[in-house]
Write a protein that binds this ligand. Structure first.
Ligand SMILES: *Cc1c(COP(=O)(O)O)cnc(C)c1O
Length: 426
């Protein structure tokens, strides 16, 4: 078989290949379901672009202040149309997801207000933004208090604890859709909708924000369809479609997004400034491709779960559970296994395939982190990548792949490296 011949040149054995083929066959119904979601989302993006009459003139570069940047304004309308929100802020000046979330939080919380996370501890980098881990310029330094309701042991919402945590000071509730570097489940949009409805039943005017990182286009609905006042994410994850080289987005109510724009630029200026510097073609085209890119990444995630679960490793989610983000956690049990897995992902990359990932310190994280990424956009995790904090249970978080075929090759090579180093057996 031609495929086997070419895989052999990557060092992948016939046995590993055969395992892969068996997994693909078993997953055929899931893959069909993923393709249908991509089809609906592709149409949703197309409709948004058509209704906003996107023309070639909207790709023009602006410089300086960026006043009257029609391409930038239309892109924000396209995002607002897809997320069904009143407004959107989509900018290259938002440097990453953490920055987008920090803007959304600091713009909508004032001294004396309280922030609540009803889903346990937020993503690592957010802990410094909030001040859970002390940091200069954190929300805590500015007098914003923080409260948390942990999830129940089975990963479900603790409604009793949430009700008890909401008080007269509670201004904003932050809900993280994806698990991040935790082995809790990621939440479905429907679950998030229930949680928002509950919080608003306790306190109708509370602002509900969803950290939507890694969740975009995994379902045909988004958290903004079920009551979120703001949804926030990174353009070097799902919605950038692999083409956006930088950026973040905040979609939401006009009132919330206005404040975010004033925080990002300056009070009084808001969304009126911010030159696009010629980046708009990548933003538009990446958003156009995002539904199919996300579908490929999802197939890769389910493929990895199917393969690794079959070898006795705990996978979160497992191979048959529904998907709420593109992240696949695999508990590998040791630092050596994390290194082997990551070396396979790195070895399958189009860029920097010759590099060997090693654990190291990272700003914003409190333990060593190992990262495998050979990406066109540095640090992009919609491209094939694997990473994880080197601490028990030694889980790698695998995600991305601009094409399903690349994701598959990377996972096969990861397994091969584990076998070669005696860390897994077929
Ligand atoms: C990636 C991520 C972030 C932060 O995004 P960066 O672009 O890495 O700053 C925040 N929350 C979640 C759930 C994420 O996955």
């Amino acid at each position: 078989m031609e495929l086997l011949q070419i895989y052999r040149q990557f060092g992948i054995s016939g046995e590993v290949c055969a395992r892969g083929e068996a997994a693909v066959e078993a997953l055929a119904p899931r893959f069909r379901e993923i393709d249908r979601i991509a089809e609906a989302n592709q149409a949703k993006v197309l409709l948004a672009m058509q209704r906003n009459r996107i023309g070639a003139n909207h790709f023009a570069a602006t410089t300086g202040y960026g006043y009257d940047d029609d391409g930038r304004e239309r892109l924000e309308k396209v995002y607002a149309a897809v997320f069904h929100t009143e407004a959107a802020l989509v900018r290259p000046q938002i440097t990453c997801g953490t920055h987008a979330l920090a803007i959304a939080l600091s713009a909508n919380l004032l001294p004396g207000d309280e922030l609540l996370s009803p889903v346990g501890l937020p993503y690592d980098t957010l802990q410094e933004v909030i001040g859970i881990r002390p940091s200069p310029c954190s929300l805590a330094e500015y007098g914003v208090a923080y409260r948390q309701a942990d999830l129940k042991a089975d990963g479900s919402f603790d409604y009793g604890a949430i009700r008890a945590a909401i008080n007269e000071k509670t201004k904003l509730i932050t809900i993280q859709r994806s698990k991040g570097y935790a082995t809790r489940p990621s939440f479905s949009v429907a679950q998030i909708g229930e949680l928002i409805a509950f919080c608003k039943s306790v306190k109708p005017d509370v602002v509900c924000m969803v950290d939507n990182c890694y969740g975009e286009f995994v379902d045909t609905v988004e958290p903004s369809d079920v009551g979120a006042d703001m949804v926030v994410g990174s353009l070097i994850k799902n919605p950038g479609g692999g083409l956006a080289p930088i950026g973040g987005y905040i979609c939401g109510t006009q009132a919330c997004v206005d404040r975010c724009a004033y925080r990002l630029s300056a009070p009084g200026l808001g969304q009126e400034v911010g030159a696009n510097l010629g980046i708009l073609p990548a933003f538009y085209q990446g958003f156009f491709l995002a539904p199919t890119v996300v579908a490929g990444a999802l197939k890769g995630a389910i493929f990895a779960a199917c393969l690794y679960e079959g070898l006795g490793f705990r996978c979160i989610p497992n191979a048959s559970e529904p998907r709420n983000d593109i992240i696949q956690a695999v508990e590998l049990g040791s630092e050596a296994a994390m290194c082997a897995f990551c070396s396979g992902i790195q070895g399958a990359a189009p860029v920097d395939s010759f590099a060997a990932p090693v654990p190291g310190d990272m700003p914003g994280y409190d333990s060593k982190v190992i990262m495998a990424a050979g990406a066109f956009v540095q640090g992009s995790s919609i491209e094939l990548s694997a990473d994880g904090p080197v601490r028990p249970p030694y889980a790698v978080y695998f995600q991305g792949g601009l094409t399903w075929q690349h994701a598959k090759l990377g996972i096969l090579l990861s397994l091969q490296r584990m076998i070669d180093r005696g860390l897994a057996a077929l």
